[in-house]
Design a binder for this molecule. Structure first.
Ligand code: UD1
Ligand code: CA
Length: 457
């Protein structure tokens, strides 16, 4: 098998997105558009990947630098897809294998499709193999022109097509396999004598014919796989398709999704078997969820690592946190970044946490703020407890050791440490460290004035 290099065209601005962000960096199921063709190319066997960048080139580079085997070619002015390929000649010009050309704005193409196209290309001996689709509404796409024997003789752009050509429903996906040496020689000879005054990559089909070589067409099974994203309507349509694929894959792997139409699970999420996802759940940011978990309605989970047998009750928001096995969270709890909950912790309703660790079996069941705290195991945090971590200038830590019982409505004025097995009385404002095995009471004495009410009347 000869070697494969991928060339991904991503220099265009994406005017129809009407955005300050270049099109290929718009997110689709949590990842920038461009990452989809890049990953597909890699999975199809591309050893090298060259991305042609132009608009917001630095931003695109920054987003994808650090990934192995990706190089960037700059197309300063966008004179068309043929010109974009020519801009990669300094990097790929000497490449002797097959160049797999993809568009940065065609994200739904599947690896299997690319592999099938590569096989067609190899077996047919074509100079160019075009991935095509038969669509109901071909407007805007290049049309595949064939001769009487069914051979591809050219690709004609919508704006250059005759009435007869416009009626053709087989369109160019913008994805190709091309013999490397032929490609760079052909794009060097393109002209911009067409309706848009651009160098069309599609003209290499005619160039091949001129050299007695031929072009093969490889139709996709589902046209949606090669839909191009030109505006935000397309972006939403593509996201719906992608979400459907992601959810189907999870369900096939043993995850229950009660209402797949309202399960917003980003690409790259891992979910274990027998976990149940209820309606209107949002999971993103590379979250991993273990087995036998229950994620109740309207939970939002971002960038978390969740163990097995965890229950996240309705309306909870979890961000960049680590949750160990058997933990119960919510309803309506908010775990902010840097929270780590050990086995069997219970976080109840209206509890907010930030940068804390909570040891095995500890509980904060109601109405509490725990920030910048280290909490041991088997600790009970009473209702209404607050770690006062911020003095207006800097943040301070609260340490609560194992087996401490904190009554309701306690404030910890950090920095402060409560030694193990102590009890903090309800209503206390704790300003000094508490030694182990102690009772801390820090509240004003109660005064009862007997008969007071009777005298008032
Ligand atoms: C192109 C094809 C058309 C095909 C369609 C599929 C040509 C001439 N036409 O049309 O046959 O049906 O894709 O979606 O190739 N780009 C650059 N530099 C440029 C111009 C474009 O990098 O100078 C990139 C864009 O960023 C984009 C891709 O190439 O990722 C396609 O460009 P676009 O302008 O969207 O081409 P279409 O008009 O859609
Ligand atoms: Ca396009």
């Amino acid at each position: 098998m000869d070697s494969i290099a991928a060339l991904v065209l991503a220099a265009g601005k994406g005017t129809r997105m009407k955005s300050d962000t270049v099109k290929v960096l718009h997110p689709l199921a949590g990842k920038p558009l461009l990452s989809f063709p890049l990953e597909a190319a890699r999975a199809a066997g591309a050893e090298r990947i060259v991305v042609v960048v132009g608009h917001q080139a630095d931003g695109v580079r920054r987003c994808f630098s650090g990934r192995d085997g990706i190089d960037f070619a700059l197309q300063e002015k966008q004179h068309g897809t043929g010109h974009a390929v020519a801009c990669a000649a300094p990097l790929l010009g000497g490449f002797q294998g097959t160049v797999l050309i993809l568009c940065g704005d065609v994200p739904l193409v599947r690896v299997e499709t690319l592999q099938r196209m590569l096989a067609v290309h190899r077996e047919s001996g074509a100079a160019v193999t075009v991935l095509t689709a038969v669509v109901d509404n071909p407007r805007g796409y290049g049309r595949i022109v064939k001769d009487g024997t069914g051979r591809v003789t050219g690709i004609v752009e919508d704006k250059d097509a005759t009435e007869e050509q416009r009626a053709v429903r087989e369109i160019n996906s913008g994805i190709y396999c091309v013999d490397g040496p032929f490609l760079f020689q052909a794009v060097a000879g393109l002209s911009r004598d067409n309706a848009q005054g651009e160098y069309y990559l599609t003209d290499i089909v005619r160039a091949a014919a001129g050299q007695g070589r031929f072009t093969a067409a490889c139709p996709v099974e589902e046209a949606v796989d090669v839909m191009g994203i030109n505006d935000r309507v397309h972006l939403a349509q593509a996201e719906a398709v992608l979400r459907g694929r992601i959810n189907a894959a999870h369900m096939r792997d043993g995850v229950t999704i009660r209402d797949p139409g309202t399960a917003y699970i980003d690409a790259g999420t891992v979910i274990g078997r027998d976990t149940c996802i209820h309606p209107n759940v949002h999971i993103s940011g590379g979250t991993e969820i273990g087995e036998r978990c229950v994620i109740e309605p309207s939970a939002v989970i971002r960038g978390c690592r969740i163990g097995d047998g965890v229950i996240v009750k309705a309306g909870s928001v979890l961000e960049d946190s680590i949750i160990h096995d058997g933990v119960s969270i919510g309803p309506m709890a908010h775990l902010r970044p840097g929270t780590e909950l050990m086995e069997k912790v219970k976080i109840g309703n209206f509890v907010e946490t930030k940068k804390i660790t909570m040891g095995r079996g500890s509980k904060a069941s109601h109405l509490t703020y725990l920030g910048d705290a280290t909490i041991g195991s088997d600790v009970n945090i009473g209702c209404g407890t607050i770690t006062c971590n911020y003095d207006g200038v800097s943040k301070h830590r609260t340490v609560i050791e194992d087996d401490v019982f904190v009554g309701s409505d306690v404030q910890f004025i950090a920095p402060v440490t409560v030694g193990r097995n102590s009890l903090v009385a309800a209503g206390s404002t704790v300003t000094r460290d508490v030694p182990p095995d102690s009772l801390a009471i820090a509240r004003s004495q109660q005064v009862n004035k007997e008969g007071w009410r009777l005298k008032k009347k």
